[in-house]
Design a binder for this molecule. Structure first.
Ligand SMILES: NC(=O)C1=CN([C@@H]2O[C@H](COP(=O)(O)OP(=O)(O)OC[C@H]3O[C@@H](n4cnc5c(N)ncnc54)[C@H](O)[C@@H]3O)[C@@H](O)[C@H]2O)[C@@H](O)CC1
Ligand SMILES: [K+]
Length: 503
């Protein structure tokens, strides 16, 4: 699904009105009716107190339509106009009048010195103060009102966006923002919903298709692509009946050091579980028995050194090399890594200490085969590209870094991001249970395993990240988020592939 900016959504809005020959009031009625339907379906006429806070722009107009419909269906609803400016939008005014005509009660106006209405924890609040039109932080009494709603403990539903959040820029550090339990957003998700600093304001997210112009939406260049099951399924290639293990490639996992052999056990297991035909592991001597015992399906080749990688001479030609997990970053290992980079021509996957060694020797980037994949977590990323002011600056820096160096970057996080050629893909699977030791080693293995099966590196990265999250989701559903450990992610990959294929 495409993630669009406020400007693009406004453009889509305009084009829809022209092409469908409808008024903006009609479009507002359509969008807000969908919100009403969602509320009505869930509340089923319950006698719960509903308070709707409407701004004076079109988000407020939506709120008034929702209020009118709830009123019509007999709900116990109170509407408040948050009167922060006299620049009321036309559709706000039309719906303000309609509300007054069709409902028995008039909305209450909240201004600078008005006492805020009391809100109790059992009530239902609809936040229709600001949507994508927010152009500066909420200040003064307005900020106090947002805090008052947040402190009430009431269930809060945000219309289009939680008020106070910008769709495509970072909020100020001390900004006041509605902390929604649920967000019903129109047509396309907004970038801010997926960034670490702002994602927690959204609560649960649902996108409502308000029927904006299909052709425009198809053509417009997305700010980013959100990768869900539908998108992942399109990337997946089922196996042919008539095939053998050679068709699925040979992955070489290189890494491990004394005390950190577990990391490559996890990566190699994920390589095989994601469908690679063969997996070899190159490791210091101390890893030999551990690997052969823990993972008899993998072949093991050892370095001449006992406890660290000193010279990477596997004596085979793999389809893909997956490097770095548990490798350590001694000078000896760094030299061996540099030599490996220089000898390798096919795109590689670099993780963990491989990334740290690059950060300490940025010239290694020149030797990295084009289209290789780097999989940093935020700390590793900071070592690679330096610090950033906010999430939006971070995204721009990563985009530039991946473009300049001709590589694919997977930024791991609650929503992992994949960057390639100036494009951005946001993963929508996964859960907090996956914040556990070794989860990244499994991800590297999955992506490398897919690369060895001749998935293009970018496709392997996007699909791999999705499958990793999906395995985690299935797993968490069965065992809970606390209990999930990385080995489980490998074990549940099979169920994830089955779930991907199922409608
Ligand atoms: N674009 C679309 O396709 C559709 C949009 N609709 C609704 O329209 C909304 C956007 O409406 P608007 O563009 O009128 O914008 P909003 O209703 O989000 O807010 C706009 C008003 O607030 C003012 N403002 C912004 N930040 C402020 C601040 N911090 N303090 C005080 N005033 C501030 C602006 O100058 C503007 O007058 C969407 O979020 C959605 O709810 C829907 O009605 C249907 C279709
Ligand atoms: K809102």
């Amino acid at each position: 699904m495409k993630i669009l900016s406020a400007e693009q959504l406004n453009e889509a809005d305009k084009i829809t009105l022209e092409n469908e020959h409808i008024s903006s009031t009609r479009l507002m009625e359509r969008a807000a009716s969908l919100v009403f339907n969602e509320i009505h379906t869930r509340l089923e006429g319950a006698d719960i107190k509903i308070k709707i806070f409407c701004g004076i722009g079109n988000n407020g107009g939506d709120g008034l339509v929702i209020g009118r419909l709830l009123h019509k269906y007999g709900y116990n609803v109170e509407v408040f106009i948050v009167d922060y400016s006299d620049k009321r939008s036309d559709d706000f005014l039309i719906n303000y009048d309609r509300y007054k005509k069709e409902s028995s009660s008039w909305p209450e106006v909240i201004e600078e010195n008005t006492d805020f209405p009391e809100i109790s924890p059992g009530e239902f609040v609809v936040d229709a103060i600001f949507g994508i039109g927010l152009n500066r932080p909420a200040k003064g009494w307005l900020a106090k009102l947002l805090k008052h709603i947040n402190n009430s403990g009431a269930f809060t539903l945000a219309v289009d966006m939680p008020s106070g959040l910008f769709p495509n820029k970072a909020p100020q550090k001390d900004a006041t923002i509605i902390k929604a339990n649920y967000t019903l957003s129109f047509q396309n998700p907004k970038l801010t919903f997926f960034l670490p600093e702002t994602m927690n304001f959204i609560g649960e997210l649902q996108i409502l298709d308000i029927g904006l112009d299909r052709d425009f939406l198809k053509e417009v260049k997305a700010v980013a692509q959100l990768i869900g099951k539908r998108e992942a399924r399109q990337l997946y290639r089922p196996r042919k009946r008539n095939s053998h293990k050679g068709d699925y490639g040979h992955t070489l996992v290189v890494g491990g050091s004394y005390g950190k052999i577990g990391s490559i056990v996890l990566s190699a297991k994920a390589v095989l579980r994601s469908g690679a035909g063969l997996c070899s592991v190159y490791t210091p001597k101390c890893g030999y028995q551990i690997l052969q015992t823990a993972l008899p399906e993998a072949m093991v080749i050892t370095d001449k050194a006992e406890k660290e990688l000193s010279e990477i001479k596997p004596g085979l030609e793999p389809d893909v090399v997956c490097f770095g997990m548990g490798a350590g970053k001694s000078q000896t290992t760094a030299n061996a890594f540099k030599a490996l980079l220089e000898e390798t021509e096919k795109p590689m996957l670099i993780d963990a200490d491989g990334l740290n060694m690059i950060s300490e020797n940025m010239d290694f980037l020149n030797a990295l085969p084009k289209n290789s994949i780097l999989t940093p977590h935020p700390k590793e990323l900071e070592r690679l590209i330096g610090s950033w002011e906010d999430d939006f600056e971070k995204m721009e820096k990563v985009k530039d870094f991946s473009k300049t160096n001709d590589l694919i970057l997977v930024l791991k996080g609650s929503h992992s991001f994949v960057f390639s050629e100036g494009n951005m893909y946001i993963n929508n699977s996964g859960n907090p249970g996956m914040a556990t030791a070794g989860s990244g080693d499994v991800l590297s293995g999955i992506i490398a395993g897919l690369m060895s099966q001749k998935y293009e590196p970018l496709v392997a990265a996007i699909l791999g990240v999705y499958m990793h999250g999906l395995a985690g989701d299935i797993c968490a559903e069965e065992m809970g988020v606390e209990t999930l450990i990385s080995g489980d992610l490998c074990d549940y990959l099979g169920q994830a592939f089955l779930a991907l294929e199922k409608e």
